[in-house]
Design a protein around this ligand. Structure first.
Ligand SMILES: Nc1nc2c(ncn2[C@@H]2O[C@H](COP(=O)(O)OP(=O)(O)OP(=O)(O)O)[C@@H](O)[C@H]2O)c(=O)[nH]1
Ligand SMILES: [Mg+2]
Length: 263
């Protein structure tokens, strides 16, 4: 799972487990609060023998700090059950080197973007997704499925349209089961099962392709390191432009300097 803070990632995992495990509702993931920032680790919650749901720290902005580490997670280069620190650049590369022996190369990572329909998307956020979603596809081989939460609390159709325009093929909308409301309904149960079926179909499709897990891991690592260096270059370019702009503004404001009228 990945997505912005407090958008229902932990609750969606509780929902899936409630449907699959068939027992009492349990808040396995400690989902809580309205403002997010509760989950700080990437924790694995086994669902079946082969499917593990992975909760994640929510992103505040999906800036280069957060996307760097997110791409590393998706590339299966960071171990589960570990702190999410939002490292980037050389620090992230160092972390990958230190922890790579703990990852299992043969695992499939299935990207799921969790977003609440209560949270309207700014044009800037839409642009972030425009880059992030295809990158997630290139890294995992699977275009992320979008899970919309709080489906009765906002305009689902509008949000679906935004994500479809970004190339998302599969969008599911849910009203998560929560501590407050976990009355079993057939609609909610079936929606979760449809979502899981979709995931399984994709994984089966992937399994049918020729795989060499160790070689594929190296390819993903190469792709990630390229992305990291692109991000670093872009940031340096932005900093340089900002510095130039500040210098220019300073010159304009200085007494005797060229005034705005002279420009
Ligand atoms: N009504 C309703 N409440 C929801 C839904 N999904 C989540 N919530 C509530 O929204 C709050 C935040 O949900 P979480 O699942 O903790 O969100 P998160 O994305 O894991 O948040 P962080 O890990 O803190 O970033 C909790 O109080 C949940 O009970 C939903 O679909 N419907
Ligand atoms: Mg959480």
């Amino acid at each position: 799972m990945f997505g912005f803070l407090g958008n229902g990632k932990s609750s969606f995992i509780n929902t899936c487990k409630y449907v699959w495990d068939e027992g009492e509702f349990i808040n396995h993931t400690g989902a809580s609060g309205d403002h997010g920032g509760h989950t700080l680790m990437r924790i694995a919650y086994p669902l079946t023998k082969t499917i593990t749901l992975v909760d994640n720290r929510g992103c505040a902005k999906l800036n280069s700090f957060e996307t760097g580490e997110l791409y590393a997670q998706l590339a299966n280069l960071l171990p589960l059950n570990d702190q999410v620190e939002w490292l980037k650049g050389s620090q992230l590369v160092e972390k990958i080197k230190q922890t790579e022996r703990y990852v299992r190369a043969s695992d499939f990572i299935f990207p799921v973007l969790v977003h609440s329909v209560k949270m309207s998307l700014t044009p800037e956020e839409i642009n972030i997704f425009r880059r992030l979603l295809p990158n997630a596809r290139d890294i995992t081989g699977i275009f992320p499925i979008v899970v919309l939460t709080h489906k009765t609390k906002g305009n689902v159709a509008e949000q679906e349209k935004i994500f479809r325009n970004l190339g998302v093929e599969r969008i599911f909308s849910f009203e998560n089961y929560t501590n407050r409301d976990h009355i079993k309904t057939r609609g909610r149960h079936e929606d979760v099962l449809k979502f899981l079926l979709e995931v399984i179909k994709d994984v089966q499709f992937q399994i049918a392709q020729t795989r060499e897990p160790e070689r594929d891991l190296l390819l993903r690592k190469k792709m990630l390191y390229n992305l990291i260096s692109q991000q670093t270059e872009e940031e340096q370019r932005q900093k340089l432009e900002e510095r130039k702009l500040r210098q220019k503004m300073g010159q304009l404001r200085r007494p005797g300097g060229r005034g705005y009228d002279n420009e």
